[in-house]
Design a protein around this ligand. Structure first.
Ligand code: F6R
Length: 604
């Protein structure tokens, strides 16, 4: 959360900063601001609300300069306003700071600094950093920053510039920062997409590292100023991957990328003849006796599917935990535990902390992560990458399907190693996996049927989503997609649980989305469907192609191609994503930047 960009070179800094922020707006859109060094002064422009407000302000009142910092905010301390927008400055506006994260001891620091005569303008925790740097600044910016961060407690990424100093100084503790290396210019950002138009040579800063950039060089040190050896990496994403490519929204583009993502996640990892899976990992799974899956949000729902898959394929006991719960519940982590952190961004702080907790208790650790070089990938014993490409839409879609595919691969791999799946079964599953991409494409090719339901139900006040077995998480994910982008209240229940309470909600105004595709519990689902109909509920049934029983009872149906039940969540989630998207669009909402949300949640 909070997008960070910095630039030093020969270009017009404000252009580079705005372009970078445009590519990072998904990280927060409560306010935006830039500070540019202009002669011996710092020029600031800050606006509450979306980036477009800031660009308008810059059109009326441009800034000139070749060094600057920019920020899009997701508010923690202090409401969204022009004043609370970053960058924040010291008393004399000679030092400007942008910050992502939380300074836990800011109140104490603020009182001390105020007692020493510093005047504060905002209610943010971030402003203390500017005043602390001011306190220690005697001409050497990095020296002042080292001293200032020595007093800060919390998790943060900060970037500091000072009038008359040709340097950008950035510090990372927990919140991500990436340096982009150029020729005669250097860049810095919280995420890779902001750098893609300029360079693909990057340095991912690790926790406790400081980067000092000028136009000719980048120096990396520890928090005490000692140089640290780091190797630049080359990112394999290209700028086009982070563009909308003709779609109205990133979310829609990403929904339509799913057939390709499935191929990329599975690609090269399936060995047809032997029925084996080559994950390309060094991690030794032979001693694994149980699995703990930790994740948040959609990644948690993907992990719930993972539990079914891993238990079925590998016959290992699997626990799934919300990461924010796991780390505080004193989990039992016996010898032989494999802790798997599932995360698109690889930066979600709750997931990272849960992983650390598991590791402290002796677990082996594996990351199922999309973003290369992200924090989780640095801390785990090994990473199985999703290869989903950059996901920009705040509501996760293609990373979710990537996670499901990766979990299936992991299950298959463990199953083959443990002898719980024989070659024949495995080869059959691999053949099914190879069909998946085409099946998802078929769903996308019939999106108009889903859009018709969007038209009919766009004004509903509440929705109930029901799913059973391995598709209970599909219902949870469908409800989450709908609420986060359309702001319609949606609840998900395990279909069999409906009669234990939620059935009281059902009346003629309550659309009930029921996952009723072919499964071992299909007959039971049909009985549950009848129970809803008996109470005048409106049923939108997700059924397998050619189904007649569910279709005969439901008010509306969405057909999906038939596939093995264990892989059905990968196909079934797609119409639910399309439904959420269509309804949100019809309601005129900002699909890619839903209110109060931001991508990559780096605060607890
Ligand atoms: C929902 C959504 C969030 C994320 C969650 C975890 O559409 O995007 O619920 O799934 O914040 O994020 P990652 O996967 O980056 O750890």
């Amino acid at each position: 959360m909070c997008g960070i960009v910095a630039y030093v070179g020969e270009r017009d800094a404000s252009e580079v900063l705005i372009e970078g922020l445009r590519r990072l707006e998904y990280r927060g859109y409560d306010s935006a601001g830039i500070a540019v060094q202009s002669g011996s002064r710092l020029e600031l422009r800050k606006r509450q609300g979306k980036l477009s407000n800031l660009t308008l302000a810059l059109r009326e009142n441009p800034v000139q300069g070749n060094l600057g910092i920019g920020h899009t905010r997701w508010a923690t301390h202090g409401r969204p306003s022009d004043l609370n927008a970053h960058p924040h400055t010291d008393c004399r506006e000679q030092i400007a700071v942008i910050h992502n994260g939380i300074i836990e001891n800011y109140l104490l620091l603020r009182r001390e600094l105020e007692a020493q005569g510093h005047t504060f303008r905002s209610q943010t925790d971030s402003e203390v950093i500017a005043h602390l740097v001011e306190k220690y600044f005697t001409g050497d910016l990095s020296a002042a920053v080292y001293r200032a961060v020595g007093e800060l407690q919390g998790a943060y990424a900060i970037v500091v510039i000072a009038a008359g100093t040709e340097q950008v100084v950035a510090v990372r503790t927990v919140s991500p920062l990436v340096v982009g290396l150029g020729e005669g210019e250097n860049f810095l950002a919280s995420d890779v997409p902001a750098l893609l138009p300029y360079t693909r040579r990057v340095i991912f800063l690790a926790d406790g590292q400081v980067a000092v950039l000028d136009r000719h060089q980048v120096r990396i040190t520890n928090l005490r100023g000692r140089p640290v050896e780091v190797k630049p990496s080359t990112v394999d994403w290209n700028p086009v991957m982070a563009e909308k490519g003709g779609f109205d929204h990133f979310m829609l583009k990403e929904i339509y990328e799913q057939p390709q993502v499935i191929q990329q996640t599975l690609g090269g990892r399936l060995i047809d003849q032997s029925g084996d899976v080559d994950l390309g990992l060094g991690l030794d799974f032979s001693q694994v006796q149980r699995v703990h899956l930790v994740a948040c949000g959609s990644a948690f729902y993907a992990s719930c599917v993972g539990k079914y898959v891993l238990e079925r394929f590998a016959r290992l006991p699997v626990e799934v935990d919300l990461a924010s719960e796991y780390r505080y519940r004193d989990p039992v982590v016996p010898e032989g535990t494999l802790a798997v952190a599932v995360s698109q961004s690889g930066e979600t702080i709750d997931t990272l902390e849960a992983l650390r907790e598991a590791r402290r208790r002796g677990a082996k650790t594996l990351g199922l992560v999309n973003v290369k070089g992200s924090s989780i990938t640095r801390e785990v014993d090994d990473t199985l990458y999703l290869h989903a490409g950059p996901e920009i839409g705040v509501a996760s879609t293609k990373a979710y399907t990537g996670m499901l595919c990766a979990l299936v691969l992991l299950g298959l791999h463990l199953g083959r190693q443990r002898g719980t799946i024989d070659q024949k079964q495995a080869s059959w599953l691999i053949a099914e996996l190879r069909r998946l991409s085409g099946l998802v494409q078929q769903v996308l090719d019939h999106a108009e049927a889903v859009n018709e339901l969007g038209r009919r139900f766009q004004n509903a006040r509440d929705f109930l989503f029901l799913g059973r077995g391995i598709n209970f998480p599909t219902a949870l994910e469908g409800a989450l997609k709908l609420k986060e982008i359309s702001y319609i209240h949606a609840e998900a229940y395990a279909t069999g649980e409906m009669k234990h309470g939620p059935i009281a909600l059902i009346d003629a105004n309550m659309p009930v989305v029921m996952v009723a595709t072919e499964s071992a519990v299909y007959d039971k689902v049909i009985s549950n469907l009848q129970e809803v109909k008996a109470r005048e509920g409106i049923v939108l049934a997700l059924v397998s192609e050619g189904d007649t029983r569910a279709a005969a009872l439901a008010d509306a149906v969405i057909q999906v191609p038939r596939v093995s039940e264990l892989l059905s969540p990968i196909v079934n989630v797609v119409p639910l994503q399309l439904l959420a998207y269509d309804i949100a669009k019809r309601r005129g909402l900002d699909v890619d930047q839903p209110r109060n949300l931001a991508k990559a949640v780096t605060v607890e």
